[in-house]
Ligand binder design. Structure first.
Ligand SMILES: C[S@@+](CC[C@H](N)C(=O)[O-])C[C@H]1O[C@@H](n2cnc3c(N)ncnc32)[C@H](O)[C@@H]1O
Length: 462
């Protein structure tokens, strides 16, 4: 039975058929109706009036708007002030009002706004304002918000993308922390990819675009051809082929990893510098860059990371196919487990010379590489860290190599000098690696938050 027969019969035989049927029902259910029943999880249903508006796309609720509403419901902790650009019927913005937004402003070109006004009348406090993003004279000042929506407005054959990118960038810059969500249904444009074109237009305007993970979408309102992009002020930094830094905290650093055409965004908490272990240290970024640049020449390694902090280096190494055991103090492991993908193994390991500091099965394991990224954060770290390294190199199967990334501090000089004289470590030939300045430059960070220079070292048993 092919998919068309399945759809006609309404009787799915496989999970794939069932999903296709669910999508069609959800996406087509009310397409020809005067009322679109926009249901939210938990039983709320909005009745959104639809109609055919001559020469406009704004008379119907587009499936992306419903998917966006469900995405916001699943992911937003607090909805805040919302502006819906090109709102059409107003569906996405009205859903935000139903989800407790403090204020919702629906906007579109004047000719279609009568429909949004009719729909907005159901929910007290929703404001409807004409806003035509294609008119350079249109001012955005009144549109300051926490969340700006654009559902199905990236339609390059109908509407030029540049004015929309201008409007979104201007609105995002009105209020600190403002986030944009753009819902996009993939359509075929043989000459170019609208997402990449829009990404580059936004980047030119100082705004980054992340494709949200599919598993963050409501599974009943997700489809292969529907994407939700999160946009924020901040220029992204491309690191090697597979990693982009989208924002460099605080409160969090946002990264995007790409592999075989799949993108995956992840956030690493970035707390003030006094919270050791709870920050994305620039050394971790330099480590990530080093391995991203040299990964093709390395076979998969079993890696033990000491003092993993929030797990940026561990995440990137795991993404590159290495088998990573990330370790830190027990308290930090709680953050580490949350921040790293399941492929990264996490275990508490406190540095020092007591056996109780180490995971009980450590001696039975064989590591190709031990990684220390900004572990020499001050002079108190030197002795316990050296004890741990000495312990590892006394095991029956000592690790093959050591990689160190560190900010250049006085404590690092002490560490290096002691390491080179240490009776159990001096046979490891520790050598500095050349580090291009680009390894620690973060384009998306302001000048006053640029990290200091990072030094990299490698040592092995030969
Ligand atoms: C495909 S509809 C999407 C409607 C609604 N957001 C949804 O997802 O159901 C695109 C909307 O963009 C609006 N639009 C197009 N050009 C615009 C412009 N220059 N300024 C404001 N809105 C515009 C259209 O009027 C229409 O309502």
């Amino acid at each position: 039975m092919n998919i068309v027969d399945v759809l006609r019969s309404g009787r799915p035989r496989t999970e794939r058929h069932a999903k296709a049927l669910r999508d069609v029902r959800w996406r087509q259910r009310f397409s020809g109706e005067q009322e679109y029943l926009l249901d939210l999880a938990g039983g709320t249903t909005l009745v959104v009036h639809q109609t055919n508006i001559e020469g406009s796309t704004g008379g119907a609720v587009w499936p992306a708007a419903h998917a966006l509403a469900r995405y916001i419901q699943r992911n937003a902790r607090r909805v805040g002030d919302v502006v819906d650009l090109g709102c059409g019927t107003g569906a996405a913005g009205l859903a935000c009002a139903a989800l407790g937004a403090t204020r919702v402003v629906l906007t579109d070109v004047e000719e279609v706004l009568w429909l949004a006004r009719k729909n907005a009348a159901q929910i007290p406090g929703v404001v409807v304002v004409p806003f035509d993003w294609s008119k350079a004279s249109t001012r955005v000042d009144a549109l300051a918000c926490d969340l700006v929506l654009a559902s199905e407005c990236v339609l390059p054959q109908l509407y030029p993308l540049e004015p929309l990118a201008d409007a979104l960038a201007a609105i995002l810059k009105l209020r600190e922390g403002c986030v944009g969500l753009v819902a996009y249904e993939k359509r075929t444009y043989p000459a170019f990819d609208p997402r990449e074109r829009f990404r580059s237009l936004l980047a030119d305007r100082g705004v980054s675009l992340t494709v949200t993970n599919r598993d963050a979408h409501d599974p009943d309102f997700a489809a292969d051809d529907l994407e939700i992009w999160e946009i924020r002020v901040g220029v992204e930094t491309q690191i090697g082929d597979g990693l982009r830094v989208l924002t460099w905290g605080p409160p969090a650093c946002r990264f995007e990893l790409r592999k075989a055409g799949e993108t995956r965004a992840f956030d690493v908490p970035h707390h003030p510098r006094d919270a050791i272990g709870a920050a994305s240290w620039p050394s971790a970024l330099a480590t990530a860059r080093y391995f991203l640049h040299h990964s093709s020449s390395r076979p998969p390694l079993r890696v033990l990371e000491l003092g993993s902090g929030c797990g940026l280096a561990a995440t990137v190494l795991s993404h590159l196919g290495h088998d990573v055991l990330a370790t830190d103090l027990p308290d930090v492991c709680v953050v580490l487990r949350r921040a790293t993908p399941v492929s990264v193994e996490v275990a508490p390991l406190a540095w020092g010379d007591s056996d109780s500091c180490y995971p009980s099965d450590l001696a039975s394991q064989r590591f190709d590489l031990v990684l220390c990224s900004d572990c020499v954060y001050d002079s108190t770290a030197v002795t316990p860290l050296l004890s741990t390294l000495a312990h590892l190199w006394q095991l029956p199967n000592p690790p093959s190599a050591l990689f160190i990334a560190n900010e250049q501090r006085t404590a690092l000089d002490t560490f290096l000098a002691t390491f080179r004289k240490h009776p159990l470590l001096r046979h490891l030939r520790l050598r500095a690696l050349p580090v291009p300045e680009s390894y620690w430059t973060i384009d998306c960070a302001p000048p006053d938050r640029q990290p200091p220079p990072i030094a990299l070292f490698e040592a092995n048993n030969n």
